[in-house]
Design a protein around this ligand. Structure first.
Ligand SMILES: NC(=O)c1ccc[n+]([C@@H]2O[C@H](COP(=O)([O-])OP(=O)(O)OC[C@H]3O[C@@H](n4cnc5c(N)ncnc54)[C@H](OP(=O)(O)O)[C@@H]3O)[C@@H](O)[C@H]2O)c1
Length: 275
C-alpha cells in the first residue's frame, strides 16, 4: 500500500493517477473530501495531526510526500517522518540544493532530508527545478494582456513537467529503487524563450524584465512567504547557472516532456488558438 500525502496537488495527483493505472494499491490523505475521484481510497484528515497520520499510514509500505509550501511545512513534514518510521520506502518531493542556498524553502527541504536520513528510513529524494505547471500562474494575464513579469532576464532555467517528477516517484516506488535525483526538463529555457514559444504558437506574448522591488509590488496580495520564495528562486536562478541533465531519461527510459507539448496541452489557458 502506497500512501500519498499531497494527493490533491500537482505532483501527488499525477502519482495517484499513475499508480492507479498500474493497479498498485494506494491511499491518499486528503484535507477535503470530494477533491479526488471516488475510486481512490482516501483518509480525510490533516498531515499536521498525528492521529490523521497514524490512520493514513497504517499498513503503508511506501509513502509519497509532496507537501504544499507554507509557514508550517517543516513542522508538518517532520511529523510525517516521525509517523513513517516503519515504512519500507519514503519518496520525498524536495528541491535542488546548493551550499548556503538563498532559497529558504530549499534549506527547509534539506533539513527534512537530513531528518529522514537520521531516522534511517529507506528513501528517495526528488529535487526538481521549477515545474512547467508554474507557468499557469501567469496564464490569465498572458491570455488577457500578452505579457508577464520576471526578474531573470535571459537566464536559462531547468523547467520540468511535474508529471515527469511524478513518473520518477512512481518508478522509485514500484521498482523499489532509491536515490537522490536532480530533475530537469529536456532543455533550459528563459522566460523570454517561453514568450517566444507562445508567440510562435499563435498567442503573441512578451516577458518584461522587472526589478525585484517591482516584482514584489506586482505580487502584492500574495502571502509574504510566497513573495519571498518567488524572489529567492529567481535570484538563485541568476546566480547559479542551470544546465539540463539526462536523469529523467535515464530513470524512465524516455525523454522528459518538452515545453512545447505542455504549452499546446494548455492552449486554452494561455490563449493559444486551437484551430
Ligand atoms: N512548483 C515547483 O516548481 C516546485 C519545484 C521544486 C520543488 N517543489 C516542491 O514541491 C512541493 C509541492 O508539490 P506540488 O506542487 O505537487 O503540490 P501542490 O500542488 O502545491 O499541492 C500541495 C499539496 O499539499 C497538501 N497539503 C498542504 N497542507 C496539508 C496538510 N496540512 N495536510 C494534508 N495535506 C496538505 C495540499 O492539500 P489541499 O488540496 O488540501 O490544499 C495539496 O495536496 C513543495 O514542497 C515544493 O517546495 C515545487
Amino acid at each position: 500500500m502506497i500512501v500519498v500525502i499531497g494527493g490533491t496537488g500537482t505532483t501527488g495527483r499525477a502519482v495517484l493517477h499513475a499508480l492507479g493505472a498500474r493497479g498498485v494499491p494506494t491511499r491518499a490523505l486528503v484535507r477535503t473530501p470530494g477533491r479526488l475521484p471516488a475510486h481512490i481510497d482516501q483518509i480525510v484528515g490533516d498531515a499536521a495531526d498525528p492521529d490523521s497520520l497514524r490512520a493514513a499510514l497504517t499498513g503503508a509500505t511506501g509513502v509519497f510526500l509532496a507537501m504544499g509550501n507554507g509557514p508550517r511545512q517543516e513542522e508538518i513534514e517532520l511529523g510525517v517522518v516521525a509517523a513513517a518510521a516503519h515504512v519500507h520506502h519514503l519518496v520525498k518531493l524536495s528541491a535542488p540544493q546548493v551550499d548556503n542556498s538563498p532559497v529558504a524553502i530549499a534549506r527547509m527541504h534539506h533539513r527534512v532530508e537530513t531528518a529522514i536520513r537520521t531516522a534511517g528510513i529507506r528513501h528517495t529524494f526528488l529535487r526538481p527545478y521549477a515545474f512547467f505547471q508554474n507557468l499557469l500562474f501567469h496564464a490569465d494575464r498572458i491570455r488577457a494582456t500578452g505579457w508577464f513579469p520576471t526578474t531573470t532576464g535571459d537566464t536559462p532555467l531547468n523547467m520540468v513537467d511535474a508529471r515527469d517528477v511524478a513518473d520518477v516517484a512512481v518508478a522509485a516506488l514500484t521498482h523499489d529503487t532509491t536515490g537522490t535525483h536532480l530533475l530537469t526538463g529536456p532543455e533550459a529555457i528563459s522566460y523570454p524563450d517561453v514568450a517566444a514559444r507562445l508567440t510562435a504558437a499563435g498567442r503573441p506574448a512578451r516577458c518584461v524584465t522587472v526589478t525585484p522591488t517591482e516584482l514584489r509590488e506586482d505580487l502584492r496580495g500574495a502571502p509574504p512567504w510566497l513573495v519571498d520564495h518567488v524572489l529567492e528562486i529567481q535570484h538563485m536562478a541568476t546566480t547559479h547557472p542551470e544546465h539540463p541533465n539526462d536523469t529523467v531519461a535515464h530513470l524512465l527510459g524516455r525523454p522528459p516532456r518538452p515545453l512545447n507539448a505542455f504549452l499546446h496541452e494548455y492552449a486554452a489557458a494561455f490563449g493559444i488558438p486551437t484551430r
